[in-house]
Ligand binder design. Structure first.
Ligand code: NAI
Ligand code: MG
Length: 371
């Protein structure tokens, strides 16, 4: 029997609740397709800080590297918030593992489940036909640039204050832009052959380099249509006419912000999955955070996690049919009217509002072994 080893990183907040549902779905897939999934659970984020004193313990990184794929839930929460730079922070675990595994491409597909057209805050005719994927650069830019906080007279200014200053730096190297651009063009070829590159080239030097390199790469893909868009306009277009987009490629921070915005097209952040790919082991996680406000209540939407499993099957294991099954299972459960609180609307009957576990079970039950 073919066996895959999956490193599970539940993390904090709703993490443990939703990852259990992802595992449920994997087990159902394993049973149907005669594939074995073995799980290796490790600590990351706040829970790792509590138990090991650091957000990304060496044992966790080793477990991730030894696996065939990593399934992560989310990290962070108010408990670990600190302004003391000497104290560890949960997101260091996340940024650290992305960097260590070389996961430079973050794919965030935004598709509309017809049953949820009413769950979006946008009009159904606006979200109709939306099928886009954001390709976010994940290991460069502001989130990895040099940063510092310090004190000096200039920081205090004319009206006093204690003179604090801080800076972050946004830097991109040519090769970092080239490889993510290639990824976007390759993906476009398998879709509707359109790439929209988003930058702020009217202001930022990194964006001018970005645009130049993306156009250079485009020369190798004459069959793909390339357009450029400034990020502020993109934020507007995503709400105004989202169906115009196919593949969107952008730098780290713009992609972070635009993908949360885009998640609302599908009704909830709880629906948005992501895959982080590099040259080795890939990592799959929902796009949302640890949702501390609803943690421990059994009401979180596990579908973003389950759809991350779908991406894992597709990209890491080449199990396209199984991935299609997961997508079909989620669609069927939504079509039957089942909703977690975040995607329920006024028209959802009370008996169809379900918790995290029930939602996961409903999806897993749809994945039946063929006779
Ligand atoms: P968040 O994504 O955790 O939550 C934003 C809002 O969406 C909340 O109202 C939450 O209840 C809701 N939500 C998120 N996921 C949901 C789900 N599956 N089902 C139902 N509702 C859901 O972002 P927030 O509140 O800004 O951050 C909370 C913590 O998560 C922070 O510590 C932050 O640093 C961390 N975070 C971690 C990320 C990760 O692990 N990849 C990404 C973003 C934030
Ligand atoms: Mg984010």
């Amino acid at each position: 029997m073919k066996t895959y080893r999956i490193c599970l990183l539940p993390g904090d907040g709703i993490g443990p609740e939703i990852i259990a549902e992802g595992v449920k779905v994997l087990d159902a897939v394993g049973e149907k397709y005669g594939v074995g999934f073995t799980y290796d659970e490790a600590l990351i984020g706040g829970v790792a800080i509590d138990e090991m004193g650091e957000a990304l313990p060496a044992a966790t990184l080793a477990a991730a590297k030894a696996s065939d794929a990593v399934l992560l839930a989310a990290v962070g929460g108010p408990k670990w918030d600190t302004t003391d730079p000497a104290r560890p922070r949960p997101e260091q675990g996340l940024l650290g593992i992305r960097k260590e595994l070389g996961l430079y491409a973050n794919l965030r597909p935004v598709t509309i489940f017809e049953a949820l057209a009413g769950a979006s805050t946008l009009k159904p005719e606006v979200v109709d036909g939306v099928d886009l994927v954001i390709v976010r650069e994940l290991t460069g830019g502001l989130y990895f640039g040099e940063r510092e906080r310090f004190y000096d007279e200039e920081g205090a200014g004319p009206d006093g204050g204690n003179g604090q200053r801080a800076y972050d730096t946004l830097e991109y190297r040519e090769y970092e832009i080239r490889r993510i651009a290639r990824h976007a063009f390759e993906m476009a070829r398998k879709r509707r052959s359109k790439v929209c590159s988003i930058d702020k080239a009217n202001v930022l030097e990194t964006s001018r380099l970005w645009r130049e390199i993306v156009h250079e790469v485009a020369a190798d893909y004459p069959d793909v249509e390339l357009s450029d868009m400034l990020v502020d306009n993109a934020a507007m277009q995503l709400i105004k006419a989202p169906a115009q987009f196919d593949v969107v490629v952008t730098e780290n921070m713009f992609g972070d912000i635009l993908s949360d915005e885009a998640s609302m097209l599908s009704g909830s952040l709880g629906m948005l999955a992501s895959a982080s790919l590099g040259d080795g082991v890939a990592l799959y996680e929902p796009s949302h955070g640890s949702a501390p406000d609803i943690a421990g209540q059994g009401i979180a939407n596990p579908l973003a996690q389950i759809l991350s499993v779908e991406m894992m099957l597709r990209y890491s294991f080449g199990m396209r049919e199984a991935a299609d099954d997961v997508l079909a299972a989620v669609t069927a459960v939504l079509d039957a009217g089942f909703r977690t609180g975040d995607i329920a609307d006024a028209s959802t009957p009370e008996d169809r509002v379900v918790g995290t576990e029930m939602m996961g079970s409903l999806v897993a039950e749809q994945i039946q072994p063929t006779e």
